[in-house]
Write a protein that binds this ligand. Structure first.
Ligand SMILES: Nc1nc2c(ncn2[C@@H]2O[C@H](COP(=O)(O)OP(=O)(O)O)[C@@H](O)[C@H]2O)c(=O)[nH]1
Ligand SMILES: [Mg+2]
Length: 426
């Protein structure tokens, strides 16, 4: 048989450990990211050090060691655990004769491959140009040709190949491109803001799924849609890979007992997300910032679960979320020996693929978001169809009854609605 799949580029991964207790975890992530960029990790090295060497990241001895090991393993690419300076990358490429990719570029590459919507594509492009801008330098000309000749990395990195050197895209062109993209993004986010405002006005509670990439957020959303939506066909994309979702999907979930809420699913997190990328994705993450309740989905079957929870917390802090109530949802319990679904305080152990788990999760969400809602009986004038339809749109109507003296409505009202309708309370 003829082998059709192109052979993956072999990559050697390495990092400097500044006495960081999470170093092993970061290296595991780096290996996963490398594979997500369609390369094969053939080996790895680390240097324990007090500080980073300014010009070369590693010390010289370590660089030679890496060069020899990588050559022995036929690696073509060297992937590093941190964001490096342009000078460090240049020097390491000269000394090792390998293509050097830092953690930031690796993440940007994966994001740019995964982006589907116009907004996501522009956001990634913006972050990428911002990464490139300080890295433009005439002295890189030789290097770029060298890189261009290095052929495809299997991971793509098309912006460097095809003879299009960074030099051709001079600073000014990039600066202009950045301005154009920012403008386009502004227009898109204004449209999104209008939609979000409409959702915010209507007092239907907003719940956002957050968490580490590949934890099962999209699967959880689909489970809830399957059980509790008339539009269960509006499923979102699920795949076993890092950053399958880059966009935000918003759906309305209607529970059997007349409760409904807005649910959003969005991009997953990972450690050391490049700052520009977080900045660019702020518009996408608006739903998370507007949420009344966050569901932090955690892959409980992953040995690095604790660090993943911390990572999510850090990214949330970075986008300015501090006090939003949260349910920690420990997913993939089917991979463990433990009984599920199981509620522990405000947390849950469950499996997103199990209908019973989904119902339990829905109940927990309901309990958390509706604590301050009050079941209220109202009597509206028969002629006041307007208020009735407002209630249907913006509150949780339990029953309505047209009688001679008016429309009898039983409804759950949000705290801010309780005053507004006080005239109608019976
Ligand atoms: N065994 C098991 N796999 C799950 C469960 N939930 C999600 N997955 C799998 O985990 C992978 C990532 O799921 P996805 O929902 O796309 O994760 P997201 O990145 O957080 O949106 C997919 O292969 C899912 O099928 C679960 O409860 N049990
Ligand atoms: Mg997803």
């Amino acid at each position: 048989m003829i082998e059709n799949t192109p052979r993956k580029n072999k990559a050697f991964i390495a990092g400097v450990n500044l006495n960081d207790s999470n170093f092993d975890y970061y290296m595991t992530e780096l290996a996963n990211l490398t594979e997500a960029a369609n390369m094969e990790v053939v080996g790895q090295a680390r240097q324990n050090a007090e500080h980073i060497v300014a010009g070369t990241y590693f010390g010289l001895g370590k660089i030679n060691e890496i060069k020899d090991m990588a050559r022995g393993l036929k690696a073509k690419v060297l992937i590093l655990n941190d964001e490096l300076t342009p000078v460090q990358i240049r020097n390491l490429e000269k000394l090792t004769k390998l293509r050097v990719i830092d953690r930031t570029e690796l993440i940007l590459e994966i994001f740019s491959k995964r982006a589907r919507t116009k907004q996501a594509k522009l956001q990634v492009q913006l972050a990428r140009l911002q990464y490139e801008l300080p890295r433009l330098h005439p002295s890189e000309n030789n290097l770029d040709q060298q890189r261009g000749n290095g052929g495809s990395t299997g991971g793509g990195f098309a912006n460097r190949g095809a003879g299009e050197s960074k030099l051709e895209l001079n600073r000014r062109t990039i600066g202009k491109q950045i301005a154009i993209i920012k403008n386009e993004l502004k227009e898109i986010s204004q449209q999104e803001e209008i939609k979000a405002k409409r959702r915010n006005q209507n007092n239907i509670p907003k719940v956002a799924l957050v968490g580490y990439t590949n934890a099962g957020k999209s699967t959880t959303m689909n489970g809830l849609l399957q059980e509790f939506s008339k539009h269960s066909d509006k499923q979102v994309f699920v795949k076993n890979m890092l950053f399958a979702t880059l966009d935000t999907n918003v759906r309305r979930i209607e529970l059997d007992n007349n409760f409904s809420f807005i649910l959003s699913d969005t991009v997953g997190f990972i450690s050391k997300l490049p700052h520009n990328l977080v900045e660019s994705f702020k518009a996408t993450l608006q739903e998370v910032r507007d949420a009344d309740l966050l569901i932090n989905v955690v892959d409980a079957s992953d040995p690095n679960m604790i660090q993943m929870i911390r990572t999510t917390q850090n990214v949330l802090n970075e986008i300015g979320i501090k006090n939003t109530p949260m349910i920690t949802a420990y997913n993939k319990a089917d991979k463990s020996e433990r009984n599920y679904p199981q509620i522990e305080g405000s947390n849950i152990l469950y499996s997103a693929t199990d209908p019973k788990s989904i119902t339990t999760l829905a109940n927990l969400i309901t309990k958390r978001i509706f604590v301050n809602y009050k079941r209220t009986r109202l009597l509206l004038p028969l002629s006041d169809g307007k208020t009735l339809s407002y209630l249907h749109e913006n509150a949780q109507v339990i029953s309505e009854n047209f009688q001679n003296d008016g429309i009898h409505v039983t409804v759950r009202l949000a705290p801010e609605q309780q005053n507004r309708f006080s005239n109608y309370i019976v």
